[in-house]
Design a protein around this ligand. Structure first.
Ligand code: FEO
Length: 165
């Protein structure tokens, strides 16, 4: 069964939202890199890569269902954050927004009785729990660190251990 125009449009918007996430995290990564916080930079660069994978998962699904992929302009992200905490607060808020977009997509698919899309989206529902939890944890650690450069360097070191998966 070919996807309905309504589901196709909503999925295309999500492709754009995931690419924007990649842009946002890459922009944060570049900002951290310029401030010599290379662990944060590495973690965010890998996160950006993961967001491209999210976008491609939906992109491939649209094609698999006989739909049309339409790539839209990607919004320009912010380019500078005053502190690591400001950046990760933005990342956490962004992930909460993405979760609400995924929930909205599930609702649209339910209205359209598109069971295959509802099923495909379950992966994203679970993924968002993880995405929110990991950014929230970094926010909490940065709050604990406060103005201590040593503590921030320790978090930077921990984040540098993130593996490419
Ligand atoms: Fe693709 Fe971070 O959600």
């Amino acid at each position: 069964m070919i996807i309905s125009k309504k589901v196709e449009k909503a999925l295309n918007s999500q492709v754009n939202a995931e690419f924007f996430s990649a842009y946002l995290y890459l922009s944060m990564s570049a900002d951290f890199e310029s401030k010599s916080l290379t662990g944060f930079a590495k973690w965010l660069k890998l996160q950006a890569k993961e967001e491209v994978e999210h976008a491609m998962k939906i992109y491939n699904y649209i094609l698999e269902r006989g739909g049309k992929v339409e790539l839209e302009n990607i919004e320009k992200p912010k380019t500078e954050w005053n502190t690591p905490l400001a950046a990760f607060n933005d990342a956490y808020e962004h992930e909460k927004k993405v979760t609400s977009l995924i929930y909205k997509l599930v609702e649209i698919s339910q209205e359209e009785k598109d069971y295959a899309t509802i099923e495909m989206l379950q992966w994203f529902v679970k993924e968002q729990v993880e995405e929110e939890a990991q950014t929230q944890l970094i926010v909490e650690h940065l709050k604990m660190a406060g103005d201590s450069k040593n503590a921030i360097m320790m978090i930077d070191h921990r984040l540098s251990k993130r593996e490419d998966d």
